[in-house]
Design a binder for this molecule. Sequence first.
Ligand code: KPL
Length: 299
Amino acid sequence: MEIVIFGAGSLGSLVGAVLARDHGVTLVGREDHVEAVREHGLVLEGELEAAVAPRATTDGTELVADLAVVTVKSADTPRAADVLATGAFEAVLSLQNGMGNEETLADTLACPVLAGTASYGAVLREPGVVECTGVGEIVLGDRRGTASAIADRVGAAFRASGLETTATDEMDRQLWEKLAVNAGINAVTALTATENGAVLEAPAEDVARDATRETACVARAEGVALSDHEALTALETVATETAANTSSMRQDVRAERRTEIDAINGYVLECGATHGIEVPSNRVLAALVRAWERGHDLR
Ligand code: KPL
């Protein structure tokens, strides 16, 4: 397959490095990373290893491939959609945090858009070098929850290259479960400068669990069958499996970049309001991260 990774940050570079062992991969990323990959190739180290030489470019326009995997931050999705629309793809897969990314892509793109979640731990150590800090799972499928031959094909190709991948026709529930996990982990670890495992212990565990429980409550109001118990079990599983990892929001805060707070706790808050549901923990977490962003001129 020819595969474009649109947004080759930490997760995109990890996925791109694994896929480049068997497929033609083009990374679209930032200049320093692209230059390093062009000069020395892309190195994946840690719990997964690869040394590959994918194509790399800062210009994502007019690309043609079987699949484009979108891994940009959710605030950058509208721009990604416009750029991808100048090219041609058989399918596009969103592997992003937060909700609504697939709809944004599908509003602009003519090809099928798949939804996906990824729980791999990834950190971009330096330009051209990405570390896998935890083997997780990719779950993907049709964004509207119907059986999809393309999703099955993409899932099989990912598995064959060594990415733990499951294709499902229940992406809606999967996205809400992932949102519930991110709502419990990301802002808490970013604000307290701790690893993911901190949300399993006092004093952070209560606020993390409350944020996850509130998200499950909003999911049910949206018609998604996600019980508090299932959401809390998912939080515990991910936080245990990635206990020593640095969440993507903590990485953003460390690098003084704008975070995905609007698409995570902010989304729960907004969606809860449309159903008249109070989500106090998500409200406080969103307010604190937004205040941090404002203090750093990021919003
Ligand atoms: O998705 C993640 C993220 O960091 O954004 C988790 C699941 C929390 C893994 O770190």
